[in-house]
Design a protein around this ligand. Structure first.
Ligand code: HEC
Length: 151
């Protein structure tokens, strides 16, 4: 049994490794280092708080969207890589943060997140992601609130 599991694990790792080598692979994706202080200003300026909440960041002048409230930068049970974070901003329909939540997408499966691609500059995006990424903390599954049985 142990050997079957080992063989399974090795073949899965090889499969994943080869996925990463394709032409569509995010391997090698890299943006320059941003300024997180400016990123915070970008986050407020573009009114991301209308649909999102972020620990410790408030601005009462931003009107809240009545239907959408997505917590960002929280503890995740999987690693949120830099590339995933950038993708969730410029291509939000690519992968839904919470696929089971119908409130966040249209009946066609398109994210209800506002499209910022024509307004946000690349420099602003770089700073914004530098600001947001440290808010994502990786928590192994057993330690989240979804914990099913006591350890
Ligand atoms: C009109 C509402 C709306 C606005 C405004 C908005 N978002 Fe979103 N955002 C969403 C929705 C809905 C989702 C969840 C579905 C998805 O992932 O596309 C989401 C998801 C995200 C996620 C992934 C969530 C996670 O952590 O798993 C990030 C990151 C994000 N938004 C960043 C931003 C930033 C940065 C801004 C401002 C520049 C912004 N959003 C503005 C609606 C919005």
């Amino acid at each position: 049994m142990k050997y079957i599991m080992l063989i399974l694990l090795i073949s899965m790792s090889l499969a994943l490794y080869s996925c990463n080598k394709g032409l569509d692979s995010p391997l090698g994706f890299s943006l320059p280092k941003g300024n997180s202080k400016i990123g915070e200003r970008v986050f407020l300026e573009y009114k991301c708080l209308a649909c999102h909440s972020l620990k410790g960041i408030e601005d009462s002048s931003i009107a809240k969207n009545k239907n959408i409230s997505v917590l960002i930068g929280s503890d995740k049970t999987h690693l949120v890589t830099y590339a995933e974070l950038v993708t969730s901003i410029i291509n939000p329909s690519h992968k839904f943060s919470r696929p089971y939540s119908d409130i966040e997408k249209t009946s066609e499966g398109v994210s209800k997140m506002k499209n910022f691609n024509d307004v946000i500059t690349v420099t602003e995006l770089i700073d914004l992601v530098s600001f947001l990424h440290p808010y994502y903390e990786f928590i192994p599954y057993g330690q989240t609130k979804y914990q099913y049985y006591p350890q």
